[in-house]
Design a protein around this ligand. Structure first.
Ligand SMILES: [Mg+2]
Length: 102
């Protein structure tokens, strides 16, 4: 199974190698841009006629979602966080919230 903390460090190192500024604020701004790119890709994928839903559009959507995750992991690595622990806590918190509102 993929260790997200290892992936986070790999993402941070790759971003540095590519010349990106990986400080947290720059990375969060980059994440915001990736969310916009994913939104545009989704628009291209979802709001076209079925006949125009190409494999390429589906792949573009998947790649943009991956960019968002990679970006968030880069910020986590920059902060030295154990993102697996935070995700686990957030999932438990969200599950409790779902019970509270159901
Ligand atoms: Mg992107």
């Amino acid at each position: 199974m993929m260790n997200l903390n290892d992936v986070a460090e790999q993402a941070r190192m790759l971003a540095k190698r590519r010349g990106f500024n990986t400080d947290v604020l720059s990375t969060l701004k980059h994440c915001a841009g990736e969310v916009i790119e994913a939104t545009e890709a989704y628009t291209q994928f979802e709001y076209v006629a079925n006949s125009d839903r190409t494999k390429a559009k589906k792949e573009a959507m998947g790649q943009e979602l991956a960019d968002i995750v990679i970006c968030a992991l880069t910020a986590s690595a920059e902060l030295g966080f154990d993102i697996e622990e935070y995700i686990g806590e957030a999932m438990q918190k969200n599950a409790r919230r779902a019970y509270e509102t159901a």
